[in-house]
Design a binder for this molecule. Structure first.
Ligand code: ZN
Ligand code: ZN
Length: 94
């Protein structure tokens, strides 16, 4: 079971719903990444049915130019400002 949070950048007003790190759902394990192609935060499937996913891609633009999102610095993919995370999960999925 997983949960989503609302992530917000107060600098450029970018807003995204994300698992904000590692999360486990019914499809497998997802991890939040920054897509360097479309400059968004995307939750990428990294393990599927117990198998490591070899080719991790952005599920928005299908680019493989993605990098793991730093859950300590929480950088905004648009402007690098530190993003804030809502306290309460906004959605549950499993
Ligand atoms: Zn920003
Ligand atoms: Zn992308």
């Amino acid at each position: 079971m997983g949960s989503w949070y609302l992530l917000k950048c107060t600098n450029c007003n970018y807003e995204v719903e994300s698992s904000a790190g590692l999360d486990e759902g019914f499809l497998g394990i997802v991890q939040t990444h920054i897509c360097n192609e479309c400059k968004t935060l995307v939750d990428v499937l990294i393990e599927h049915n117990g198998q490591i996913v070899q080719k991790k891609i952005c599920n928005k633009c299908k680019s493989d130019k993605i990098s793991t999102w730093d859950t300590k610095d929480k950088p905004c993919p648009k402007c690098d400002f530190r993003m804030s995370i809502g306290d309460e999960p906004i959605a549950m999925w499993d």
